[in-house]
Design a protein. Structure first.
Lengths: 330, 367, 233
């Protein structure tokens, strides 16, 4: 038994969970082509959720700030990107891949820019006065979420908005009898690229080292002479921008968005962050992939259980590891 | 040293004022059917009774232990659905009312114990997230398991004959329903007083709870968790207990509300909008006093009716300007409430009751 | 002029006043020992100097310059290092990363690094290991090493011998003696023998106030005073 545990640890420990999950699902689903489609969908979804959740996790890890308004950045990102795409729909409908890609780039960039600015505003105006006071933090960020949702309703109205996407991302890649939506591949690749970039910054740069050390002990980093609070506002803005980017990607994925989007996403993001362990992006990625895969597999096997499945997954993991799969602090 | 809870303590003028206000609210609710003789007002009065209890039970949790739960409407819903399902399955008898309420309480207790033990132990901050996730799952389940819950449409059912509007409590010689001060003594009146009295009992029970030695322990935990733990209080056990108590009261409030409405659905019990209402009411009224809950509930329920009218007028007046009429639209009233809420949490974290009771409370040093 | 002078410092945590009136002059050079019973306010004094608690009123001056109310990071940059009771090691980072974090610019000064390695050879040996895997004594060495990798005027050290084996305590005393030749140390210590062997000046905190201050050799000779201030009451 110990030998088995050791072997699993050496091969990657909890990182193997998604693989194990996919293997179990393969047996249960039976049909390989459906399994591939579902797995790709799960991975793509996981990557988009990772974008949305990474900021929340880092912000909590670094300053012990739990931002219930985080999902507002996701919603805003989705709506800003959708509006830009709708405004540039002429570029999307044409045959030019260049114009389509440019429109997509502008949409995502606009969403991220909005996230940066909104994140700055949020951190300085809403959250700064209530550092260290969790009760008021939860209440105030919740209040901010209510206001943000109302602003979305006032600006974009209550009716669902359809999101055009560039022609080159429509359609599917067909390999044998397996069809894989192009957009899913795109979402997966983009998410992976962001993860690699984040990982490189956190592990390879001095700022990254300060952030990781700050997650472990903010006080000690300050006692060594560094202003974590100034670093924090940068992390907060980046996290908000990533959430907005995730929202923009999500809008293109579902192609029909409504103001209720943020609320639905918020639950998933929380579950991901809890499963992964607060404060580590590796954990967040792991949690996001797990949630994406479970959501898609269960949605296929037992559609009625789809939403409850994430909850059950969270409960099971919390009972096994109360601090999540890969918490930042040993 | 603090005086024993039963002893006569000197009350500050502010505290007296708050008690007078709440007493006045209770008196108004007691005579509501005679004071406001239209059906709509009676609906508002019954809603007020239920929400005062619901918000007070939430205050038990947030105000006396400092933990934030987003699952309070879930427990409210368990009670409401318990009664609704029982009354539909077993018919309109008292056995169904009692059995349904009990079933709601049992489910609430079980879920509260599981959530409490799972997340109160880990990290207080997880609690808010986990309760939010749990509540949303229950909401989805309620709309999906339509065989049991009626789905989005909810359940309409009949209550015991006593509460039917056609029921005559007292008849005169012509077999007509007797009128007292112009109010018909019919089943509707009986239903209202059923709501009023059961809510009164629950509210008094909660007052007794926080006045008991247990309340003192809770306050010391809220003031300084580490210290309370060091003295030897088992903080997790107390918190789980309070969470369970709050869940049971919320569940009973749900049962009462369901009996009054003769209907249970996601929008009247489980929706996130109600959770936000509760949160707003307890913060506006003042956390940690129970009295504040009553004031918050009255203010917000009334505002829901009158603020919206006011906003409608304002929106029309500014109809020619860009965006402003959109923001002033009566449907956007939550926008303004949200802003008021944020400002309150910044500047008057003690809420109305807390600010009146301690007019010159020292500002926190760490700010 | 004293290196550090504290006057009428008062610190409250939440609603509890921990320090009532701390007035203290720490001269330049050597080891200054802060003694006192458990809960007297020694750690709170260090944390207040470091700006981790906000004292009010009162003032803290470093070489005559007022540092009261400054941000912890700025106090550190003025030349005060802090070795907390729990050592404040970043367990998930390597020993090298812990050390890099303590440098101002992210680069080591070769001579200072050499000095650290000669003082604590174990750190060089485990340079690339994750810090959580170090022993208690090695973690303490790492924490002290971080405090001396940049030139500092004053190092605050909180109970460095707590839970360490006697042999390591001796090594630690040796290292402190060497460090104190160039940098002033303000040491909080429960182990009186350790404190006596190092300290030149000393003060005793009792109930959030300075109950006694003077030379260590005089205090060590006066057993009556020791009993009254430090003995089990």
């Amino acid at each position: 038994m110990d030998k088995l545990v050791n072997t699993i640890e050496r091969l990657g420990g909890v990182n193997l969970l998604p693989v194990a999950l996919a293997a179990v699902a393969f047996v249960l689903i039976g049909a390989p082509s459906s399994w591939v489609t579902l797995t790709v969908a799960g991975l793509a979804m996981g990557m988009m959720i990772f974008l949305m959740a990474s900021g929340l996790s880092l912000v909590f890890g670094l300053m012990n700030v739990l931002n219930f308004g985080h999902s507002a950045f996701v919603s805003f990102g989705a709506f800003v990107a959708a509006s830009v795409l709708a405004g540039l729909s002429g570029w999307l409908s044409g045959d030019s891949i260049m114009l389509g890609a440019l429109a997509l780039f502008l949409a995502v960039a606009a969403a991220m820019l909005f996230g940066l600015v909104a994140g700055w505003f949020f951190e300085t105006v809403i959250i700064r006065p209530v550092y260290e006071d969790h009760l008021r933090q939860i209440l105030i960020t919740m209040g901010a979420l209510i206001v943000a949702e109302q602003i979305i309703l006032a600006v974009w109205g209550g009716t669902p908005m359809s999101v055009p996407r560039p022609g080159f991302l429509e359609g599917a890649l067909i390999i044998g009898d397996v069809a894989i939506e192009t957009y899913r591949i795109f979402a997966f690749v983009l998410g992976l690229a962001v993860y690699i970039a984040l990982y490189a910054v956190l592990n390879g740069t001095r700022i990254g080292l300060l952030i990781r050390a700050g997650v472990e002990s903010r006080e000690m980093v300050e006692a060594l002479g560094f202003r974590i609070d100034r670093l924090f506002i940068g992390v907060f803005m980046l996290g908000s921008a990533l959430a907005a980017m995730g929202g923009a990607m999500w809008a293109g994925y579902v192609t029909l968005i409504s103001p209720a989007l943020g609320g639905e996403i918020m639950i998933i993001v929380f579950i991901v962050v809890i499963i992964g362990g607060l404060g580590s992006i590796e954990g967040t990625l792991l949690g996001a992939i797990m949630v994406g895969l479970v959501g898609n597999y269960v949605g296929f096997l037992a559609p009625k259980l789809a939403l409850a499945s994430n909850m059950i997954l969270m409960m099971a993991i919390l009972m096994w590891r109360p601090s999540g799969l890969r918490p930042a602090i040993k | 040293m603090t005086a024993p809870a039963s002893g006569k303590r000197q009350r500050s003028p502010g505290e007296k004022a708050i008690r007078l206000i709440v007493l006045a609210i209770a008196a108004l609710l007691l005579f509501a059917p005679f004071l406001f003789q239209d059906i709509r007002s009676l609906e508002v009065a019954a809603r007020l009774c239920v929400f005062i209890v619901l918000v007070a039970s939430y205050d038990l949790l947030i105000g006396y232990t400092g933990i934030v739960s987003f699952a309070h409407t879930m427990f409210f819903g368990f009670g409401a659905y318990g009664v609704a399902i029982a009354l539909r399955q077993w018919g309109a008898g008292w056995d169904a009312v009692i059995g349904g309420s009990l079933a709601g309480v049992v489910v609430s207790l079980a879920v509260a114990v599981v959530i409490g033990l799972l997340s109160l132990r880990v990290k207080a901050i997880f609690f808010a997230m986990i309760t939010l996730a749990a509540a949303s799952v229950v909401l989805v389940l309620a709309s999906q398991l339509s065989g049991l819950t009626g789905g989005e449409d909810g359940i309409t059912f009949r209550t015991p004959a006593l509460f039917k509007t056609a029921t005559k409590l007292l008849v005169d010689e012509n077999n007509k329903v007797v009128q007292l001060f112009g109010v018909k003594l019919n089943g509707k009146l009986a239903a209202y007083y059923f709501v009023f009295l059961s809510c009164l009992v629950l509210f008094i029970l909660m007052l007794r709870l926080v006045g008991s030695p247990l309340g003192t322990v809770l306050k010391s935990i809220r003031e300084n968790e580490a210290r309370a733990e060091a003295i030897g209080y088992r903080v997790v056990a107390y918190r789980t207990f309070v969470f369970c108590a709050a869940a049971v009261v919320a569940s009973l409030a749900g049962s009462i509300y369901a009996i009054w409405l003769k209907y249970t659905g996601p929008d009247t019990t489980l929706s996130f909008a109600i959770m936000i209402d509760i949160l707003l009411m307890v913060v506006i009224g003042g956390m940690g006093t129970l009295w504040g809950a009553a004031i918050g509930a009255v203010l917000l329920v009334t505002a829901q009716y009158y603020l919206r009218d006011l906003m409608g007028v304002a929106a029309e007046a500014t109809a020619n300007l860009p965006l402003i009429p959109d923001i002033l639209d009566p449907d956007r009233w939550l926008f303004w409430l949200g802003i008021i809420f944020i400002l309150l949490v910044y500047f008057f974290p003690a809420g109305i009751a807390g600010s009146i009771m301690r007019p010159r409370a020292p500002r926190r040093a760490c700010e | 002029m004293s290196l550090l002078s504290i006057s009428a410092m008062r610190t409250s945590i939440g609603q509890y006043a921990i320090l009532h009136d701390i007035t203290l002059e720490v001269p330049e050079g050597g080891v200054f020992v802060l003694l006192g019973r458990n809960g007297a306010g020694k750690t709170t004094t260090l944390r207040s100097i470091m700006g981790l608690w906000r004292p009010s009123p009162g003032s803290i001056r470093l070489r005559g310059q007022d540092i009261t109310g400054l941000h912890t990071a700025d106090i550190a940059r003025k030349g005060i290092a802090y070795v907390p009771e729990n050592m404040g090691i970043f367990g998930g980072r390597t020993v090298a990363e812990n050390m890099v974090l303590a440098t101002r610019k992210g680069q080591f000064d070769a001579t200072r690094l050499k000095r650290v390695h000669s003082l604590f050879p174990a750190l060089e040996q485990f340079w690339t290991k994750q810090a959580w895997s170090l022993s208690g004594g090695q973690k303490q060495m790492l924490s002290v090493a971080r405090a001396i990798i940049e030139p500092r005027d004053l190092i605050l050290i909180d109970e460095p011998t707590k839970g360490l084996a006697p042999a390591i305590v001796d090594a630690m005393a040796e290292a402190f003696r060497e460090i104190a030749e160039t940098t002033t140390i303000l040491l909080v210590e429960q182990n009186f023998n350790f404190a006596r062997s190092l300290g030149r000046d000393m003060a005793v905190i009792e109930d959030g106030r300075i109950a006694h201050a003077g030379r260590m050799d005089a205090f060590a000779a006066d057993t009556g005073l020791q009993d009254r201030l430090l003995g089990l009451s």
